[in-house]
Design a protein around this ligand. Structure first.
Ligand code: CMP
Length: 139
């Protein structure tokens, strides 16, 4: 059965451009409930660990540089079938291929600087949530 939580980050590009507020409003309009939220910055080591699954990819170094370049907002979101619904809601990884009005289309600028992260499966939603939040930081 599909889980009801997903993990997201508002990435450094979107934070730097002042899009935290508009993106949180979008989460709200999409019917997602915030269960945990943190404004923080990843060290290079933390970004490497978070994206370890992509270690062999040619874009890994650039991704780690980018994700550690400035503050991010990490959130656990709740909704029915959260992982799949949220991935559809934010749009394709490449903002150019995301639907009009989606978060990535509105606020992303490239396949790397695509405004938000979304977990790709229930198992990773749990792993990624645990990466940022203790049990006492979830409500
Ligand atoms: P995200 O959903 O955070 O998951 C992995 C990230 O890697 C992705 O969003 C993009 O930011 C980045 N990414 C994926 N594919 C590429 C690519 N071809 N070139 C550069 N960055 C990429």
């Amino acid at each position: 059965m599909a889980g009801n939580i997903t993990f997201t980050m508002i990435k450094p590009d979107a934070v730097a451009q002042g899009y935290i507020g508009p993106i949180l409003t979008k989460f709200n309009e999409g019917g997602y409930t915030v269960r945990a939220m943190k404004y923080t910055r990843l060290s290079r080591k933390q970004a490497e660990a978070f994206y370890a699954i992509h270690k062999e990819r040619p874009f890994f170094e650039g991704l780690v540089d980018f994700m550690s370049s400035g503050p991010i907002v990490a959130c656990i979101l709740e909704k029915e079938n959260a992982v799949e619904n949220f991935r559809e809601f934010i749009g394709a990884t490449d903002p150019a291929k995301a639907p009009e009005g989606s978060i990535r289309k509105l606020y992303g600028s490239s396949i790397q600087q695509n405004a938000v992260h979304g977990s790709d499966c229930d198992e990773n939603a749990v792993i990624e949530s645990n990466f940022f939040f203790s049990q006492f930081e979830r409500f």
